[in-house]
Design a binder for this molecule. Sequence first.
Ligand code: ATP
Ligand code: MG
Length: 425
Amino acid sequence: MKKIQSIRGMSDLLPEDSPRWQYLEETVAKLLTGYGYREIRFPILEPTELFKRSIGEVTDIVEKEMYTFDDRNGDSMTLRPEGTAGCVRACEQNGLTHNQIQRLWYQGPMFRYERPQKGRLRQFHQIGVEVFGLEGPDIDAELITMTWRMWQQLGVANVVTLQLNSLGTTESRGRYRNALVEYLQQRKEQLDEDSQRRLLTNPMRILDSKNQEMQLLLNDAPVLHDYLDEESQQHFEKLCELLDAVGVPYQINPRLVRGLDYYGKTVFEWVTDSLGAQGTVCAGGRYNGLVEQLGGKSTPAVGFAMGLERLVLLLDAAGVVPDSIARQLDVYLVVVGDIQVHALQLGETLRTKCPGLRLQNHCGGGSFKSQTKKANKSGAVVALILGEDELARGEVSIKFLREDKPHQTLSITDLVTLINNEILN
Ligand code: ATP
Ligand code: MG
C-alpha cells in the first residue's frame, strides 16, 4: 500500500533536531520573562473575519496565503497566519486591554499557503510579543533592546542587522501614498506586473519589491520620511535617541514597510545575509489602530514576531549551538542477567537521590557487549553496570564513556555522591 506523506511545506521535527528548538525556545522564554512579559495562549483556528479585518483585505496574506475552510456548520474559519490578530481578540474578549498595560508573548505554529523553500514553509513557527496600553517611544525602545539582548544571548548578534523606519500616522501615510502613486503613475509602463497590480490596491508594498529594477525606479521617488507628521517624527527621533543610549546598532531604511495593513509609526526588521532570500528573522512595529479596528476601545500597541525555522537555521549557520544541549543523557544503566527488578529499583533510587539526573534504564535484555554499545551511542556520560556479582555485593560498576578514567566499583552511597558531585554539576 502507498504510504501517506505529510502535506507539502509542513515538516516533522525529529528527535535529533528537537534539542536545538528547545534551546531556542527556552532561552527566549527566559529572556522575555526577565523583562516582565507573560505568556498567553489562544486558538490556532479563528473566524476568518478576524484576519480579514485586521491584516487587511488586499495584503498577500489575506489575498492568497490563508488556509480557509467552512466547518460542518458552514462557518468560515482560518488557520492563523500570524499571532497578533488572535492575541488582540483574546485580550479584548477577556478584558485584558481595558485601562491596563499588558506585556505578553506567545508561541506556536502559523499557516500560510506560500511556495515552500528554505526558511519558508506552510506550517512555520513563531514566537511573538505584544504590548498594549503604552504609546511612547520608550516601550518601542524596550522591545528592540530586548531583541538585541536576545541575539547576544543566542550568539548571533554579529550576523543580524536592525532596519528601522516610521510609517507615520494614517493621515501622513495617506498623503505620502498619494504622492507615491502620482510618481509611479507617470512610470506605469516600467512597473512589473506585481507592482502594477499593487499600484491600485496597496501601492506602499511596491517599496519593498524584491525586483532590482523596481528598486532602481524608486530611487527618485518621494521619501516617506518627508511626509511624516510632527508627532511621528518626534516619536521616531526619541526612539533613535534611546537606542543610541543603550548601544543598539540600527540602520534607518526609508523603504521599509510591512506586509500587514495595521502598522503605523515605528516598524522594524532584523535581517541577516546568512540565509539567502529568506533574510528576515524578526519583524514588528506599532499598530495603534488595530484594537479599535477589531471593535475595542482605542489602545496603543506594539509588537514583533520571529520565525523559529529561520532562527534555527541561523544558529546552525553561526555554529553556536552549545555542546551541553547535544548531550541529553547523563547515565545509561546496563543490566546483565535476569535481575530487571533490581535494575528498576536502582534507577528509581538514583532518580530520588540525584535530583535532575537524566538516566536511561536498558530494557529488552541482550549481552553485555551489545548493551555497552547502546550506552556509547546514547550520548550518556557514564554507563552503570549492574550484574549478578555487583548485586550480591550491593555495589554497582561505573564506566566513563567520554573520559579516560578507570572503571570503578562503588557502593550505592558512594555512587550517589559521585553522580551528584561529578556528573551533575
Ligand atoms: P517575508 O517577507 O519573509 O515573507 P513576512 O513579512 O511575511 O516575511 P511576518 O508576517 O512579519 O513575515 O512574520 C514574521 C516572521 O515570521 C518573519 O520575519 C519570518 O521570520 C517568519 N515567517 C513569515 N512567513 C514565514 C514562512 N512562510 N515560513 C517560515 N517563516 C516565516
Ligand atoms: Mg510573507
